[in-house]
Design a protein around this ligand. Structure first.
Ligand SMILES: Cc1cc2nc3c(=O)[nH]c(=O)nc-3n(C[C@H](O)[C@H](O)[C@H](O)COP(=O)(O)OP(=O)(O)OC[C@H]3O[C@@H](n4cnc5c(N)ncnc54)[C@H](O)[C@@H]3O)c2cc1C
Length: 399
């Protein structure tokens, strides 16, 4: 039997890489190793459709087990990799067996960042199993406190309101999702959640969590039945660190997504790569999808530089948020039908670098697609035209 290609982490990036290797004609031995007991799956529905009860694991798995068998992908589930020896080209599983590899992809994602204190009424949301536990606790009338006003916390808040829960969101910062969103969109999110009956408290610090309440540093007590903590995630870097790979906030890779060991690649949430010269990780569906695919191509020796545009989305109530590109520089904005907003980020030569839109339903998707084309076109734009809701983005694309 030939020495296999191995993927560690059977989540979104890992699953996508395995499928891509077969699509691209790799016919050798291929092993996908996961610590969860499930088939590879996408996580966005965990805070939306799964909690609402409108979808289940089969609805967001990347493929079913028949397809894996048909493709000859050996899926080892519930058996984490515990040790990696890059010089010997081998790794060890929790059950003790050693496997040699010809090429390796690390797609180990991350886990929910936890509070120091563990308690029965405190839940987290990263995995399918955690989402099931949360779903069974979100009963109508339940008093839920969400710690953290980032995307996962806000999506849980929105879904829980839809299920009839009483919801309070506690955010340490001065605005919602402030680390990634511009102030105008943070404000729109705040207004929407308040309109929907969520009590949002900003600039608050947690003192402790008790069985029936959350205590704040300023002495306030927020009574509750259940607490969901959404304070970010911790990348699963331990395996790579112990193996001596270069690690920063994630597993460091070069332009080809190759780690400091020549035949080991990294992709997805755990991967720290350079974008505009700055090392960063991205915790998004789009990044997991694109890097999983890209790392697979490079495992096959393509030597392609990774230059995909970043972007993410979030759905809350019946509103959708979408971004594309890099959101750092000069802003122009236009109003969208139904009270939405589209913000444009331009470089000094007035070329579009990024866009962020917020609108009812999925209506912003088409604008973001056009913005993606405008970014790729690299043409200088007129800020007054961008701001004019009467002027279609398609028109600007035609120059
Ligand atoms: C609740 C939720 C909602 C989200 N919603 C959105 C959204 O609306 N839009 C958006 O753009 N993004 C969203 N995301 C982010 C997106 O889902 C992630 O960026 C994506 O799942 C990352 O994929 P990944 O493969 O890198 O990591 P993961 O999907 O986490 O997969 C990594 C896998 O590796 C496993 N693993 C770790 N260590 C080992 C080991 N030693 N051995 C074996 N296996 C191991 C992990 O347990 C996991 O199964 C959401 C995420 C969550 C949690």
């Amino acid at each position: 039997m030939n020495t296999p290609l191995i993927i560690v982490g059977a989540g979104h990036a890992g699953g996508r890489a395995a499928l891509t290797l077969r699509e691209e004609g790799y016919s050798g031995r291929l092993i996908l190793i996961g610590d969860e007991p499930h088939l590879p799956y996408e996580r966005p529905p965990l805070s939306k459709g799964l909690l609402q009860g409108s979808t289940d694991l089969a609805g967001y798995s990347l493929c079913d087990s028949d397809r894996l068998t048909e493709l000859g992908i050996e899926h080892i589930a519930g058996n984490p990799v515990t040790q990696l020896q890059p010089e010997q080209h081998r790794l060890q599983l929790a059950d003790g067996q050693w496997l040699p590899y010809a090429g390796l992809l690390l797609a180990t994602g991350g886990r929910a960042r936890r509070l120091p204190q563990e308690q029965a009424n405190v839940l987290y949301l990263r995995t399918h199993d955690e989402a099931l536990a949360l779903r069974s606790a979100l009963k109508p009338g339940a008093r839920l406190v969400v710690v953290g006003g980032g995307f996962i916390g806000l999506e849980v808040a929105a879904t829980a309101r839809g299920l009839g829960c009483e919801v309070t969101v506690l955010e340490a910062g001065p605005r919602l999702a402030g680390r990634v969103l511009p102030p105008a969109i943070s404000q729109a999110l705040l207004d929407l959640h308040r309109q929907q009956g969520v009590e949002v408290r900003l600039n608050v610090a947690l003192e402790s969590i008790q069985a029936d309440a959350v205590l704040l540093m300023d002495g306030q007590r927020v009574p509750c039945d259940l607490v969901v903590v959404g304070i970010g995630m911790q990348p699963n870097i331990e395996l790579a660190t112990a193996a001596g790979l270069e690690v920063g906030q994630g597993i460091r890779v070069d332009a080809h997504l190759r780690t400091s060991a020549p035949d080991i690649y990294a992709a997805g949430d755990v991967c720290e790569f350079r974008l505009d010269g700055v090392y960063q990780r991205q915790e998004t569906w789009r990044n997991a999808e694109a890097q999983g695919r890209h790392a697979a191509l490079n495992l096959l020796g393509r030597e392609l530089a990774y230059d995909a545009l970043p972007g993410f989305w979030s759905d809350q109530y019946d509103w959708g948020l979408q971004t594309v590109g890099v959101m750092t520089s000069t802003v122009a904005s236009r109003e969208l039908p139904g009270g939405g907003l589209l913000l444009f980020y331009l470089d000094t030569a007035l070329r579009l670098q990024g866009a962020c839109g917020w609108a009812p339903g999925n209506s912003v998707a088409k604008d973001i697609k056009l913005c993606e084309r405008l970014i790729s076109a690299g043409i200088p734009l007129n800020t007054a035209s961008l701001a004019d809701p009467e002027l279609s983005l398609k028109h600007l694309l035609r120059g």
